[in-house]
Design a protein around this ligand. Structure first.
Ligand code: ADP
Length: 512
């Protein structure tokens, strides 16, 4: 485990030795590894000189360390972004498009390296890490195209001597706070849209996964983005609240985009209220996954495997509450149990056969364990797993719980782990009522072959995203976001640009 002395020893090592350490943890190349943050086009240490360790969740070993920045460094990053905005906002859409496209090309060219770094710091199996890099780079490709289609409007004037025009202008400096579960894509999804619109950005990656952020931004620098247009501030858990507060309250910041827990989202929303900042929030979910009697059961099982076990269940759109119609319940549970038992291989994600990695940290492990234990104590029955994995460390067994009731923790809370909780239902109305009985409204999934039911249920579900006969809904082309306590705004799609532009209404009068 991490100790102060190991951290110091690693810091004293020259970069080549650092690379050797990382190679032992799944990172095969190391040209994108950074131990400094990126502000104003320079790779810099924290002004305090402090660093914090980055650990591999599969081994518990320290693999690197990065600057532990505070308010002084954050202010420097905001100042750089503000200064860069003065010229970046006046670049043409085509110039911005070309840079985004170059960044995309470089991400694709360095996929293996980016994936290796991600697996080493996030524990994600290599195959999934490669998938995330493709997903992440697809936002850069998409927004390199959308940059050229940020159109204004000329509207019908009520007067012959006036013309009325709406321009869409970049809002300014955008702060971005991102989570550890998708350490590449949550950055590109925000930065791609912001940069396309003509905004500059200050990014604070999650403390568990700063290396992926720094590696991605290394490629942005190589693509040719001017100094100050993209800045990365790394900070430990202790320094994060002060850094986050400044990112929300600085007069020079126009917008904030956050992906993470609802609790932190609420805090940032409050912090942004004083300055009336533009805010985009992508928060927690508690996705229902409904299997109706008409469903194709093998596809529904397959969809659930994808919607649940991607990233070991650590995704805000993970299926969380599985509802199965009475007449197909036994068959569904039986097929699912066989698939889970036979297909999932738990272990260090750098091994090619592994498809379930560890949880990200001890807090998450304890949380998942607590949710399972409390649900079992309340009457849920374990069909598979249910405990920490015999591998030890941060590994948890793929778990199936049946006889679940709505008031149990596994239905009330976002599990964020490899645990499937199933409940039987008798009617469509009952299933929809249970699905909607949540404070969250991010993703929902359902399987049905009844066309009328497909439309009825899609309309009635209270959420921002619906997967119908499909467990994988994420794509740069899709409008991602929630309602209720799951957030505000949309990311991806053409709507992702909205958070970074404002409409300027120009009224041109005096026309004779
Ligand atoms: P999780 O519980 O899944 O780690 P968080 O919401 O705590 O989710 O983390 C998501 C991001 O929010 C991370 O980058 C984290 O550092 C950041 N964060 C956590 N607390 C704060 C805070 N008080 N202010 C600003 N950012 C925060």
């Amino acid at each position: 485990m991490t100790t102060v002395s190991t951290v110091k020893t690693l810091l004293q090592r020259p970069p080549t030795v650092m690379m050797e350490v990382l190679k032992g943890h799944g990172v095969r190349y190391a040209s994108l590894l950074h131990q400094e943050s990126y502000i104003g086009g320079r790779w810099v240490a924290a002004s305090s000189g402090k660093v914090f360790p980055v650990t591999n969740p599969a081994t518990g070993k320290v693999i690197s360390s990065v600057p532990d920045m505070g308010e002084v460094d954050t202010q420097a990053a905001i100042d750089s972004a503000y200064e860069a905005f003065q010229t970046w906002q006046r670049t043409t859409a085509k110039e911005r498009s070309l840079l985004l496209r170059k960044w995309y090309d470089l991400m694709e060219a360095h996929k293996e390296e980016l994936a290796g770094i991600m697996t080493a710091e996030a524990g994600k199996p290599l195959v999934e890490a490669r998938g995330e890099v493709s997903y992440g780079s697809s936002f850069l490709e998409w927004y390199s195209e959308e940059a050229k289609r940020i159109h204004g409007e000329v509207v019908q004037s009520p007067s012959v001597n006036k013309e009325m025009i709406f321009l869409r202008q970049p809002i300014g400096v955008a702060s971005m706070i991102t989570p550890w579960n998708f350490p590449n894509a949550m950055i590109t999804r925000k930065a791609g849209a912001a940069l396309a619109a003509g905004c500059t950005c200050v990014i604070k990656p999650a403390e568990d996964t700063p290396l992926s952020a720094l590696a991605a931004v290394d490629l942005a620098e190589k693509a040719g983005f001017p100094p100050g247009v993209i800045n990365v501030v790394t900070a430990s858990k202790d320094n994060t609240p002060a850094v986050g507060n400044l990112m929300c309250t600085s007069d020079k910041v126009a917008a904030i985009s956050f992906t993470g827990s609802t609790t932190v989202g609420q805090l940032l929303y409050r912090q942004c209220s004083e300055g009336i900042k533009r805010i985009g929030l992508e928060l927690g979910g508690n996705a229902p996954f409904i299997v109706f009697a008409s469903a194709d059961i093998p596809s529904a099982v397959e969809g659930l495997m994808v919607a649940k076990f991607r990233n070991a269940g650590q995704a805000c759109i993970s299926a969380n509450r599985v509802l199965v119609e009475d007449s197909v319940y036994e068959t569904f549970v039986k097929t699912l149990t066989t698939e889970v038992a036979e297909r999932l291989v738990v272990g260090d994600g750098s091994h090619p056969q592994v498809n379930i990695g560890p949880l990200i940290n001890v807090a998450q492990l304890k949380r998942v364990e607590r949710i399972v234990e409390a649900s079992v104590a309340a009457g849920a029955r374990v069909v598979l797993g249910g405990k920490r994995h015999s591998l030890g460390g941060l590994f948890f067994q793929p778990t199936i719980l049946v006889d679940v009731k709505e008031d149990m923790p596994c239905f009330q809370q976002e599990i964020f782990g490899p645990v499937i909780a199933l409940r039987r239902f008798q009617s469509e109305d009952e299933a929809v009522a249970i699905a909607n009985a949540s404070e969250c409204g991010l993703a929902s999934y359902f399987y049905s072959q009844d066309v009328s039911q497909v439309w009825r249920v899609a309309r009635r579900l209270e959420c921002g995203i619906v997967g119908i006969n499909e467990g994988l809904v994420s794509a740069a082309e899709g409008a991602f976001g929630g309602i209720k306590k799951s957030g505000i705004g949309r990311e991806g799609s053409r709507h992702g640009i909205d958070d970074y532009t404002y409409i300027k209404y120009i009224c041109l009068g005096g026309i004779n």
